[in-house]
Design a protein around this ligand. Structure first.
Ligand code: A3P
Length: 363
């Protein structure tokens, strides 16, 4: 039906004048929606950096690393490949579920707590379990700042961190820090109050796990027994082999204790993290001064995997286990070889129990 009256004309005019307003509102809402879902983080960083950093341009590397996607993780050189895969899987999970793992609120802080070791101890499991806690924000990939990228500077390091709000703590994990001599004084010079978490596991099993990982990457690797002995006739253990050296926990701890008091360390049992994840997570949350949010109800035991898995990992509503590179079957190692290695570690383990005041029961 046509419209012939003056009031009708006026109505049309009013409606037409609202179009630009509506259009602007739609644009604003679309922009806000994208920002809230983390999309803005992938835009040029100068636009979105926090006030503190505005005057200081990002190094290129920091820009790349601050984005949570697969291509970024690939750019971390010499990173433990299996851990990178695991991280990609976990991040993929967050994107799958269409929930953001980052946003533009809060500030980037230096980590108040770091998982400094040990490789193959269960560090990825611990980090993923911690990330369930709403007051923990953690870098997923291993930054390797205090061992490999220190020359990039603290500003670079801080830029890698996720943003945190008041009451949230920032964390990262790089298991090689524990065995890197320079790491302790460097962490100390960043902050002497940094809390340090070490996931330890029976050094014999840890060595086999370490070997298994290398074997996956280099199938032509000599046998474990070929590598573990300096002299197979005398049974002398080759302590220059990193798979052996990492497990001498007392020695590494001795060095860290020159910089940090024992009270600033928490030693997590890699074994208990598997048999009683909620119990071990209780200790971790207490140590970090967090409310015990991650409890029994967050875990279930996956029979196929043979490990505890999360009912609801960060950014997902679906249950999820760690990937194939975590919880791999180990090759068979002759009992006498393991026995010899166990004898080698015994005095170091005893010393470690004495130093930490904890008996890990490795025997
Ligand atoms: P294996 O693959 O030898 O069994 P890290 O993350 O420090 O590299 O440690 C890997 C180890 O974490 C695995 O070694 C596995 O035993 C242990 N782990 C602990 N909890 C786990 C979990 N819930 N799922 C998978 N692996 C877990």
């Amino acid at each position: 039906m046509g419209c012939w009256t003056t009031s009708c004309d006026l109505g049309h005019l009013k409606a037409r004048s609202k179009v630009p307003v509506l259009f602007t509102m739609i644009l604003i809402f679309t922009y806000l929606f994208y920002c809230l879902t983390g999309y803005c983080d992938s835009m040029p960083s100068e636009l979105f950096v926090h006030q503190n950093f505005r005057s200081k341009p990002f190094p290129k590397e920091a820009k790349k690393l601050s984005h949570w996607n697969g291509s970024v993780v690939r750019e971390l050189p010499e990173q433990d490949a299996t851990d990178v895969e695991e991280e990609k899987r976990q991040r993929g999970l967050a994107y799958d579920s269409n929930l953001s793992v980052s946003n533009n609120f809060g500030t980037k802080e230096f980590p108040q707590a770091i998982i400094i070791g040990v490789k193959k101890g269960g560090t990825r499991a611990l980090l993923e379990f911690l990330r369930v806690h709403p007051d923990v924000r953690a870098v997923g990939a291993e930054p390797h700042f205090f061992d490999r990228f220190y020359e990039k500077g603290l500003q670079w390091y801080r830029n890698l961190m996720p943003r945190t709000l008041d009451g949230q703590i920032t964390m990262e994990k790089t298991p090689s820090y524990f065995i890197t001599r320079e790491a302790a004084p460097r962490v100390f010079s960043m902050s002497r109050s940094t809390k340090l978490i070490v996931v330890v596991r029976d050094p014999v099993t840890r060595a086999v796990s370490d070997y298994t990982q290398t074997l996956t990457k280099s199938p032509g690797l000599p046998s474990f027994q070929n590598l573990v002995f300096k002299n197979s006739t005398t049974g002398l253990i080759d302590t220059s082999w990193s798979a052996v050296r990492i497990g001498i926990y007392a020695k590494h701890l001795e060095h860290w204790l020159r910089y940090f008091p024992l009270a600033q360390f928490l030693f997590v049992s890699g074994e208990k993290l598997v048999t009683d994840p909620a119990g071990e997570m209780g200790r971790v949350q207490d140590f970090l001064g967090l409310k015990r949010v991650v409890t029994n109800k967050h875990f279930y035991f996956n029979q196929t995997k043979g490990f505890p898995c999360l009912k609801k990992p960060e950014g997902s509503s679906r249950p999820r286990c760690l990937g194939k590179s975590k919880g791999r079957p180990h090759p068979h190692i002759p009992a006498e070889v393991l026995h010899r290695l166990r004898d080698f570690y015994r005095p170091f383990n005893m010393k470690f129990y004495q130093m930490t005041g904890q008996d890990f029961g490795w025997e």
